[in-house]
Design a protein around this ligand. Structure first.
Ligand SMILES: [Zn+2]
Length: 738
């Protein structure tokens, strides 16, 4: 073969390059194929659902009643479960999430740490549940479609329903469950996603009712039954279906819920209906449906009668609602290409004035930016309900913390409240529609959602702080002994690390890919592709990783491997910069070429200079001997080459990968004339040596200072070692003076 010589020659070059640094190769650029699920007929190697992709479906008909006097809720539901799996099922698993609140399931002791010398009573209650309270389901019956009792067994938060006949592939089963449970006081819990909040001043309650009815567990091609117990941190995995829900509440309550209200005439006044019609045509400001004055009057009524609110929701994975006589209600329309969505807020007077000013506005911003980044919001409503603390999402409705004190709220708290609303409304996309398994991979919905949530803040609220790669530095430079990779299952992460590892780190990872690795246009297209491929489906991490590569032609395995599967850090050290100039007097050397030493790089260049003060080192360039051209008869124009290099400054950078993550490198040159220039090197520069690289640049101007990652694009955890000459450390005296 004619190529043999040149192949041998380049092999030799590779070996000599690699000899420059440490040899322990860690395969940082190797494919991640063996670390993720292999493709199958159900999930293709491109990251898209395969031809044989299937998914179960669960439709619900629910009739429930809220008992305000006893803080109880009870209901009867009929589930129609469609087995689209290729296999038959001999039993079903139903989630009983409320059982997590039973005393024997409380393990917040570990979450809250140990007993200390001085503790608040509330803290002590979290730890000990000294004041006990009832919690968990009473299951009245489980019956088949003929009314015959079904054989079931409860294991903690999961109920197994044994079937007399296996549920054949491609068939459906309908069965009914009657249940009740005591609604718990949200103030008695640390992670109080749902429950009631009591307002002693006017003797009223706001009910936030969620994971309230027995729900089908997910059964899929990679997990079988996802029946991992609910332990409060790892959230939910749910099937899509249609909901038909009737809720009986005191007649003076106002309900906010998933879905579309079906019996407006029976539950709303003529005036409220008229205002709602106005709101449907109001695209630039919210319309008050229930005013603060009306809500305050309502607080005093305490009706004995009841009213039943009827809802329908199509193609949702869950249903939640809020109910109270305290609610103020405003609404605004958002126009999409083929439908209108009502952006709405429900809040007690305690949320005024900031809730009437900001909540619905924030819902609209979220709907617009997320729709642009993924796909149009498909549902008829998007509701933000005010609560005392935290934020939690459901299809079309979210419960969001943040209230003023005595009518006043700090700018920071207001930003936090708006940010929460955007985040929870954003969860409609991840995981309510792009329905990943929250119980297993918290980062998949929290990370992707926080990424677009931060983009919404950046675009619509530029005055607020938002996440950037710099945000994650304190976490990533933290104590490694308590650090897990992002690819750790939800319940195996520490409560204090969740925000950083499942929200911020994936967000920053996607920001790095978007802004500094792939580029915005192509990244946004790939992200949109992922969202569209998996809407109303159940994606796994592999489907995301594969789609981001498939749609961009970027090999990102090095990034996924490092950022998602390890706790390595970005820490580039600019170890050395050597400055060279081509020696002019050598230009016309003829016949003596063999005697001259080639002095580029290498340790032979003498002692390492700490800065540029001793001037450039000389490079003696010799003519290329004929033998080096091999069979080529043509020759390089040496005069032109020498002309090109004459007077130029040649800089050789030595960069060490201290943190372990391979990353692109941006180099900022600060010239002696005060101007600056940036060169960008792709992560590929680390392919042949993952620990130490050298790179040569030719510059017209003389360099005063060289910096790596000047714009904090890559979350470099130590900027002190990013410059040459080394930046002067401020003395202790200077620090004190500052
Ligand atoms: Zn979230």
């Amino acid at each position: 073969m004619k190529l043999v010589f040149s192949v041998l020659f380049s092999c030799f070059l590779l070996v000599s390059l690699q000899a420059q640094g440490p040899q322990n190769w860690e395969g940082k650029f190797e494919p991640i194929d063996r670390m993720i699920e292999p493709p199958s007929p159900y999930r293709s190697a491109s990251g898209a659902p395969g031809k044989a992709y299937w998914q179960q479906r669960a439709d619900y008909v629910i009739k429930a009643e809220l008992d305000e006097k006893n803080n109880m809720i009870s209901g009867e539901e009929t589930i129609t479960y469609h087995n689209n799996a290729p296999e038959d099922l001999s039993y079903l698993w139903v989630q009983l999430d409320q059982n997590v609140n039973r005393k024997e399931n409380e393990d917040f002791g570990e979450v809250m740490g140990t007993v200390r010398d001085s503790m608040t009573t509330r803290h002590m209650q979290f730890l000990t549940r000294a004041i006990d309270f009832p919690a968990g389901y009473t299951i009245k019956y489980v019956k088949d479609a003929n009314g015959k009792s079904m054989n079931s067994l409860v294991n903690n938060t999961m109920m197994k329903i044994r079937l007399d006949q296996p549920l054949k592939s491609g068939t459906s089963i309908s069965f009914s469950i009657a249940w009740s449970y005591p609604i718990t006081d949200r103030s008695l819990y640390l992670l109080s996603r749902e429950g009631y909040e009591y307002f002693p001043e006017d003797d009223n309650t706001v009910y936030l009712i969620a994971h309230w009815f027995p729900r089908m567990a997910v059964y899929n091609d990679t997990e079988g039954w996802q029946n991992q117990q609910f332990q409060k941190l790892g959230e939910f995995a749910l099937e899509f279906g249609d909901y038909d829900v009737e809720i009986k509440v005191p007649a003076d309550h106002l309900i906010a819920a998933t879905g579309e209200l079906q019996n407006t005439d029976a539950v709303l006044t003529a005036e409220q209906r008229k205002r709602l019609d106005q709101a449907r045509k109001s695209f630039d400001a919210p319309v008050m449906i229930v005013t603060p004055e009306e809500a305050e009057a309502n607080e005093k009524t305490k009706a004995n009668r009841t009213k039943t609110w009827k809802y329908k929701a199509t193609n949702v994975r869950d249903f939640a609602f809020a109910s109270s006589r305290k609610f103020i209600w405003d609404a605004q329309a958002v126009q999409f290409s083929d439908h209108i969505t009502m952006a709405m807020s429900f809040y007690p007077k305690e949320g005024l004035p900031v809730w009437s000013e900001e909540s619905t506005k924030a819902v609209v911003h979220a709907l617009e930016v997320y729709s642009d980044a993924t796909f149009e919001y498909p549902y008829p409503a998007a509701i933000s309900v005010n609560t005392s603390n935290i934020g939690i999402e459901f299809p079309m409705i979210s419960f969001n913390g943040g209230r003023p004190k005595n009518g006043k709220i700090s700018e920071l708290a207001k930003a936090g409240m708006i940010s929460t609303i955007i985040h929870e409304v954003g969860h409609n996309w991840f995981p309510m529609i792009v329905s990943s398994d929250e119980r297993k991979w918290m980062w998949m919905d929290e990370g992707l959602n926080t990424f677009i949530h931060q983009r919404t803040l950046e675009e619509r609220y530029p005055q607020f702080n938002h996440t950037t790669p710099k945000t994650i530095v304190p976490y990533m430079s933290g104590d490694k002994s308590i650090m897990r990779p992002i690819m750790v299952t939800s319940d195996n992460e520490l409560l204090q690390q969740i925000g950083a590892n499942f929200y911020q780190k994936p967000t920053v990872g996607l920001q790095i890919l978007r802004n500094s690795v792939i580029g915005r246009e192509l990244f946004d297209e790939a992200f949109r592709e992922y969202a569209n491929r998996w809407k109303y489906k159940h994606p796994n991490p592999a489907d995301l990783f594969r789609t981001l590569e498939d749609a961009t032609a970027a090999d990102l395995d090095w990034f996924f491997r490092g950022w998602f599967f390890t706790t390595d850090q970005t820490d580039m050290e600019l170890t050395n910069v050597k400055w060279f100039k081509v020696l002019e007097k050598d230009i016309n050397l003829e016949g003596e070429t063999q005697k001259v030493n080639l002095k580029i790089g290498g340790e032979s260049a003498g002692e390492q200079a700490k800065d540029f003060t001793s001037g450039p080192e000389d490079i003696t360039m010799i003519s290329t001997p004929d033998a080096n051209y091999g069979q080529f008869l043509s020759r390089l124009d040496e005069t032109e080459l020498r002309k090109q290099l004459a007077d130029k400054n040649i800089y050789e950078l030595t960069i060490k990968n201290v943190g372990g993550l391979v990353m692109p490198v941006t180099v900022e040159w600060e010239y002696t004339d005060g101007t600056k220039e940036v060169d960008r090197l792709p992560a590929d520069i680390w392919r042949l040596n993952e620990h130490l690289i050298k790179k040569t640049f030719i510059k017209e101007k003389e360099v005063k200072q060289v910096h790596l990652d000047p714009n904090f694009e890559f979350a470099d955890i130590d900027m002190e070692n990013n410059s040459f000459p080394k930046k002067e450390e401020p003395s202790e005296f200077d620090k004190l003076k500052q």
